[in-house]
Design a protein around this ligand. Structure first.
Ligand SMILES: O=P(O)(O)OC[C@H]1O[C@H](O)[C@H](O)[C@@H](O)[C@@H]1O
Length: 302
């Protein structure tokens, strides 16, 4: 069976190869596993709550309509909790939409959100539909989001795929193609131009790379070998995050405590400013995570 639905999740396997699969929890429409030829590509904490009591620590949580926590209480998203409500609402499974490349869809609207939480977004005056599509390739995973404003008022939102990759060891990996990009360092609260020829990790890391051209690949390279190549469609920003020792100690659901060695978040999104969606309009964005690729070194000079 290429698509199997249980009470709380949907499991999709590749035709004639059940070692390649993706599992999506209905809670948050969170991808909690993606295996290629039996090898897990995503990191999920051993302490993650998968019972709908808390956003999942790992996999691909979906961030909407706010990234982080806005300090400006007067903005319509100002009262929302960190990363909004998409990751902690139960989405509707809409069914299978592709066969050769198995594809499934999930939907979220105001009726699926805890009313108290929904009210925190502009007092509950916005009407919207989110359609999340997950497509399994033999060596890649594509996730698409479409946001439709089905109400009468324009609204502002952020979108982000908060993807946690599983890696052998953070101290051995580097990320390329971010040189000369503008970034906002969330730890220093400073904006500057990334000057490192490659991004490496030896302490807590939390940067929003802004307006990175979508024809740029972002690659995770482990000791000279490409682990993952990321392509983005209509997602200008990329957050790169590793909590390192102290921050992971402070997260009760982050286990084992040394787990930061084995994870790296690269999160494509539209977060450095808001998308303003007029009544009746649609917006969409995609991330494509590919496991096979040569090193693609790209600069900002072209
Ligand atoms: O703990 P969470 O709410 O899941 O957020 C986890 C992380 O998300 C993003 O990567 C942010 O850039 C980080 O600042 C934040 O710590």
């Amino acid at each position: 069976m290429p698509v199997q639905e249980t009470d709380d999740k949907v499991i999709v396997t590749f035709p004639n190869d059940d070692t390649t699969s993706v599992t999506v929890l209905k809670y948050g429409a969170t991808v909690i596993s993606w295996k290629v030829a039996g090898e897990e590509k995503l990191w999920v904490s051993e302490g993650a709550h998968l019972d709908g009591s808390k956003p999942v620590r790992g996999g691909i949580p979906l961030v909407f309509p706010i990234f982080g926590k806005l300090k400006d209480e007067s903005h319509a998203t100002g009262a929302l909790p960190q990363h909004g409500f998409a990751r902690n609402s139960t989405w509707e499974f809409l069914g299978q939409v592709g066969e050769k490349l198995p594809s499934v869809q999930f939907g979220l609207g105001p009726e699926n959100i805890d009313p108290e939480l929904y009210k925190k977004w502009g007092g509950g005056k916005y009407d919207f539909t989110l359609i999340f599509t997950v497509t399994l390739h033999d060596d890649a995973l594509k996730t698409d989001i479409e946001v439709e404003n089905t109400g009468n008022e324009a609204f502002d939102f952020n979108w982000l795929f908060h993807t946690y990759y599983k890696i052998p060891d953070i101290t051995d990996v580097l990320v390329n193609n971010l040189t000369d990009e503008k970034c906002f360092d969330q730890l220093l609260a400073e904006e500057y131009i990334e000057k490192s020829p490659v991004v490496q990790f030896h302490e807590e890391f939390d940067r929003i790379y802004k307006s990175v051209r979508n024809d740029k690949y972002i690659q995770i390279i482990d000791k000279g070998k490409v682990l993952m190549t990321l392509e983005r469609v209509n997602l200008p920003d990329a957050v790169v995050w590793n909590p390192w020792i102290k921050k992971s100690e402070g997260m009760a659901d982050f286990l084992p405590k040394l787990g930061y060695h084995n994870m790296l978040c690269i999160e494509p999104g539209h977060v450095s400013d808001f998308v303003n969606l007029k009544a009746g309009d649609k917006w969409s964005g995609s991330q494509i995570c590919e496991t096979h690729h040569d090193i693609k070194q790209q600069s900002n000079i072209y």
